[in-house]
Design a protein around this ligand. Structure first.
Ligand code: GLN
Length: 237
């Protein structure tokens, strides 16, 4: 079988509105590693008014945006919310950053106190802090794998998880989800939510390879992707 027959189709959800600090770099990182094992990565913008058919995608990126962009995206996201939720419930891998992460939950409160509905694909919610923001470098450690991840956070929202989700990591340095409970980000099925810009998969090759493997195993379950990826060196910045 010709290796180029393998490919991953990435949906860039609202990428023209939600792309804080170049979150698109997550797709570039995924492609960088995938190419090394002969896997093609294509991406397609899914934005205002577009359909999202979960059967047409193998991975999704939902990047960050400020309150204003989120208030434009949120009502449109309701339109495709069932399909995005179906993708998630079928173990579709998603990297969701900051504003995108918040919108996959039940709701978030903007800095001015306005409540914006999410799609409730995860049982998380985001409260506001009206007079300050969490800004700075963050280091976390994932308690299951022992992997460390590095990123940069800039958000006012304070996100809380339910007992149906687990954090992406425990805070070593920084604020993370809410500055209180020592958690940062979320893992729910194959959704990885985070406040990390950087972009996270560019700065953390270990996580990029982990997500790439999840996507490939899901799409091509008979191939030993773990062995193929063992030969790929993760990069860290
Ligand atoms: N508007 C959100 C907040 O400040 C998200 C910010 C972002 O995506 N960087 O909490």
């Amino acid at each position: 079988m010709n290796e180029q027959q393998y490919n991953l189709r990435v949906a860039h959800l609202y990428g023209d509105l939600m792309n804080t600090y170049g979150d698109y770099g997550n797709i570039i990182a995924l492609r960088y590693y995938a190419q090394q094992i002969g896997v093609d990565v294509t991406d397609q913008l899914v934005s205002l008014g577009d359909d999202f058919n979960p059967d047409n995608f193998d991975f999704a990126l939902f990047g960050g945006g400020q309150d204003y962009e989120q208030s434009i995206v949120a009502p449109d996201l309701q339109r495709i919310g069932r399909e995005v939720t179906r993708f998630i419930e079928n173990d579709g891998p998603i990297i969701a950053v900051c504003g995108g992460y918040q919108l996959l939950g039940n709701y978030f409160i903007m800095a001015d106190g306005t409540r914006v509905e999410g799609i409730g694909a995860m049982n998380i919610y985001t409260e506001n802090q009206s007079t300050s923001r969490f800004i700075g470098n963050v280091t976390i450690k994932n308690s299951e794998t022992g992997e460390e991840y590095h990123g940069f956070e800039n958000h006012q929202g304070r996100t809380y998880l339910s007992d149906q989700e687990r954090p992406l990591g425990q805070i070593v340095v920084g604020n993370g989800n809410n500055g209180e409970d020592g958690s940062e980000g979320v893992i729910y099925r194959n959704v990885f939510g985070t406040y990390f810009h950087g972009p996270i998969l560019t700065r953390n090759g270990n996580l990029a390879l982990r997500m790439l493997e999840l996507a490939l195993v899901r799409k091509y379950p008979t191939i030993d992707w773990h062995s193929k990826l063992a030969n790929v060196t993760p990069e860290f910045f």
